[in-house]
Design a protein around this ligand. Sequence first.
Ligand SMILES: Nc1ncnc2c1ncn2[C@@H]1O[C@H](COP(=O)(O)OP(=O)(O)OP(=O)(O)O)[C@@H](O)[C@H]1O
Length: 568
Amino acid sequence: MSAVAKRSRRSRARAEEAARPGSTGEKYREMSVAEFFAKNKELAGFANPTRALYQTIRELVENSLDATDAKGILPWIHISIRQIEGSEDKGGRPRYRVTVEDNGIGVPVTSMAMAFGKVLFSSKYVIRQTRGMYGLGVKAAILYGQMTAGTPVEVYSATKGSQYVYMMKLVIDVQRNEPRILERGEWNKRGSWHGTRVTLSLEGDWSRAKSKILEYIKRTAVIAPYAEIILETPDGEIYYFPRSTRKLPKPPRESKPHPHGVDIEQLKSMLRNTRASTLREFLVKEFQSIGDKTAQDFLERYGLDPGLKPRELLKKGREGLLRRLVDALMEYPFRAPKSDYLSPIGSDIIEIGLRRMFNPEWVGAVSRSPKAYRGHPFIVEVGIAYGGGIEPRSEPLLLRYANKIPLLYEEREDVSYKVVSSINWRQYNVDFPAPLVVLVHIASTKVPYKGVGKESVSDVPEIEAEIRNAVQEVARRLRLYLSRKAREEEAIRRSVTLAKYIPEVAVSLAYFLRPPSKWQPPKPEEVKKLQEALIKIVARHIELPPVDGKTEDPEAIVRRIVESVELE
Ligand SMILES: Nc1ncnc2c1ncn2[C@@H]1O[C@H](COP(=O)(O)OP(=O)(O)OP(=O)(O)O)[C@@H](O)[C@H]1O
């Protein structure tokens, strides 16, 4: 028998054996990624009707913000949640119709069906700081809606340049992970509207999700005071978050990978797709932080051939060389990843937001300089608010954000909680219970979330250290304020004690200042003059902190005290 015939007989036998059920008692089959997430909803944050309603709003709002502020557009977002009439009849759980509309860049009609109908399809699989990163969020919500309400998603969208508004009603074919379009339409655009409107129905629990949804929108408004957000609730309430500044943070930009962040698989795919004709050109063209001189030095240091064709590295037998290249890329001290591609919130916007939300007595914020972990640039920003309208609590109220997303669940698993709860606040003159809010924001081209539900961030040492530095930096300023305030309060207390005696001392002085031969009760003008002089002396001991940029006149305070004593 020929070798070919032998091989084909063997493979036929193998196929027959695999098809025979019961050899191990196991049944094997493939599962599409859509089916996987339909069956494991909790992985994407859809564990129960309460979380599902919250997560749906979150995914839709985040897509709207990515399509607006990240593209230089001042966001306008309208969220409506309505209970579907009669949906809870016969003991069923209530269902809700959720619509989120924005004034964003829109979705091109050619990508619309896939963007909303194929799990792991996204415009965000690039190195750029965006809220979205997995290509899953809206599809997880659509799948949940499909499974619990049985209705399709309805999307209207118009891009900026387009003359048409497009509409699609679709469901996700779970077995094939493909969109199944049920209805489509297009209309001539009247006005200049551009943006997206998504409507879907799902089973939910508004009464339980309400507080979380409101908190989520409020916290979004804290760091996006440039957004106008309207929320219509099933209770018939309308929450309006007006725009309080037109200042928009610099939008993030796409960047190339940093050599410290690549692995073998990524390198292979880059080598496969490059147009560079030599290894040296490949390094300069495809990576950030590598210029001509650096490439030359790098190749010389590791004895790599600068003229080698990139595809040569993909050939069989070259695996060792490929691994050497990845190790060298990791090891060589390249310039840190570029961070001007990132879009931090900015300390001024953080302060505006915290003031608006809490009306505190003191606010401070910092936007730290960029750092990197495993080739990914990141920026940590921290804001602290103290006193005023903040309720005292037994621990700091922590507001966590990652790429401008408020994170509300899994607080104790988050790196920010780990840091903030380990700080010795006594050192900063804060004694609990205290009215203290700490906001932490991490901006990165890759936030190391613990799960696809994006609720907590892993404790990467570089990020943890930066959060600690940032919190300490602002906390030191708070300590300065609190100790100055304590000193001033003490000075005022002492001055008040002195001020109480001013009327009496002024009268006595008036007697003493007359020659003994002319002793008679002093005239009121004389006493008044002496009182004024004493008020000035006592006021000199009072230093007051400015409130909203204005400082109260210490003399006015002492005068008030003197007048109140006089009245007595
Ligand atoms: N309101 C919108 N405006 C413009 N594009 C949108 C909008 N909603 C969704 N898209 C497009 O659909 C794609 C898929 O969205 P989806 O929510 O599934 O994932 P993602 O946002 O990319 O990532 P993640 O799963 O991390 O949220 C987006 O990448 C975006 O291109």
